[in-house]
Each structure stands twice: as structure tokens, then as C-alpha cells.
Design a protein around this ligand. Structure first.
Ligand SMILES: [Zn+2]
Length: 264
């Protein structure tokens, strides 16, 4: 059994403040430890369940957040900058499923820890074929082009809700209940890690009900930027990319990966 695990940071147990998420901030090193310990619990659970190939991608910000020395042997870890065409390096159609761990609600989601879509600074919202999407949906599509289904999504209650709306049959595990953008009712991280093992087992058992996230083309991606100068910086030929208003640009393409690589 081959499983690909993409790990963001905002939805990890014990994480709630921006200071835990950014290099150089006071609580960042503690955030990295929480992240790495949760990754280890998942790798342990996957090995126990009989996974033979496990690739774990560090998907937050620079892609270098895991503490390498603390990582469990038995998996391969993708770390460092991976722009969209290579976002899930090592993933191919031979994988049985993927996990999205530590994810968060889309930009503008109400009561969601660190709601954003790729960049809080740049994007007010992103719409794919007219429908608002966040990172759970977009990453599921980028995984779906390989014919691989997402089996498990973890994060706060907003992330779990979003996953259920987006992905039929997906298993979810709630690490915390959001009480605001920078506040949550937390479970102890040690409890999260214990319960995560059960969530991994349940997700693998239910994998028959999950399908790769695929929608037919052509594709349109509308991006509303936080300010007009960001939209000004996008070249619009009126065909492949069209300026809709001061802050919004619509990008079109027949190929979804090419579209996302160009637009995001
Ligand atoms: Zn992140």
C-alpha cells in the first residue's frame, strides 16, 4: 500500500497563533516540534497498518518546517520549495490514496483558524469554475490528476466541514474547534496524536468510498486580489487571462495543472 501525505501546519494540534507558524517568530520552534510529532504519529499508524511506501510532503510556507532529526524512519520526506507543477513530487498513479493533514479553512471562512487560500496577503478568494475553493479543494484536484483519491483530511472543525463538502466519502479528524481566526478550543496534542492513529486506521478501512477529485475542463480560475496593484501586475491578454474589475482576474486553460501553475 502506497500513501502520499501532504502536511500543512495551521490545522496541527496545539497550533493557533501566527507566531507558531512563521520562521523567526518566538513560538515557531515549538510549532515545528508539534508538527513533527504529529507527522510521526501518522507515519507510525501507516506503518502499523501495512503501508509499504509513504511519502510525506512538508506543505507549509517554505516547505521546511519538519525537524529532520526527529523524523521517524520508514517514510520519505519531501521538504523545500516545490512550485505547483512539482507540488506533489514523488506522487504518481501507483499510489492508493493521499492524506491532507493539518489543513485549514479557505479565505473568508467564518470562525476558522488562520483561514486563507495560499496567501492571506494576496488572495481574497479563489474560484474554480465559478465555485469558491480553498487549499483542501485545490490540493485534492492536483492529487486527483494522478488518479489518486484523498482519504483523510485533518484540521480544525472548519477544515473538516470544508473537506466533507468537497470530497465524497472522505474521513476527517478534528484537531481543535476554532473560536476565531487566532483562537481555538484545543485538544492536548498528545491526545490528538493518539486519536490520529485511529483516524488513519478508519480512513484506510473506508478508502473504497473515495474517488479521485476530478472535474472536466475547460477550467476557469477567478482570483480576487487584496489590492488593485496586485491585479495590475498580472498580464491580461483578454483571452487566457481577463481583468474582471479593479481587484479580480479570470484565468482560463484546458489543462488544470498549467492553469494553477500560471495563476497562483
Ligand atoms: Zn500553511
Amino acid at each position: 500500500m502506497k500513501i502520499y501525505v501532504s502536511v500543512d501546519m495551521e490545522g496541527i494540534g496545539g497550533i493557533v497563533l501566527p507566531d507558531q507558524l512563521r520562521k523567526g517568530e518566538f513560538f515557531y520552534q515549538e510549532g515545528r516540534q508539534l508538527l513533527t510529532n504529529e507527522v510521526n504519529a501518522i507515519v507510525d499508524a501507516l506503518l502499523e497498518a501495512g503501508a509499504t511506501d509513504i511519502v510525506v510532503k512538508d506543505a507549509h510556507a517554505t516547505g521546511f518546517n519538519f525537524v529532520p532529526e526527529l523524523l521517524r524512519p520508514g517514510a520519505t520526506y519531501l521538504m523545500g520549495g516545490t512550485p505547483i507543477p512539482n507540488r506533489f513530487a514523488g506522487l504518481d498513479s501507483t499510489f492508493d490514496g493521499a492524506f491532507l493533514i493539518g489543513y485549514h479553512g479557505m479565505a473568508g471562512a467564518r470562525r476558522a483558524v488562520r483561514d486563507h487560500t495560499f496567501s492571506s496577503a494576496s488572495f481574497q478568494y479563489v474560484k474554480l469554475n465559478g465555485r469558491e475553493v480553498g487549499e483542501i479543494a485545490l490540493d485534492s484536484h492536483l492529487i486527483g490528476v494522478h488518479g489518486v483519491p484523498v482519504l483523510l483530511v485533518t484540521g480544525d472543525d472548519a477544515a473538516c466541514r470544508e473537506a466533507k463538502e468537497e470530497l465524497e466519502g472522505v474521513a476527517v479528524y478534528e484537531t481543535k474547534q476554532a473560536a476565531g481566526r487566532h483562537a481555538a478550543l484545543l485538544k492536548a496534542p498528545q491526545q490528538v496524536r493518539q486519536e490520529m492513529r485511529e483516524a488513519v486506521r478508519a480512513a484506510l478501512a473506508g478508502r473504497g468510498g473515495c474517488k479521485p477529485r476530478v472535474i472536466p475542463g475547460p477550467y476557469e480560475l477567478e482570483i480576487r486580489y487584496t489590492s488593485t496593484d496586485m491585479a495590475d501586475g498580472k498580464y491580461c491578454d483578454g483571452v487566457r487571462s481577463e481583468r474582471l474589475d479593479g481587484q479580480s482576474v479570470l484565468h482560463r486553460d484546458d489543462d488544470l495543472v498549467r492553469l494553477l501553475a500560471r495563476a497562483l
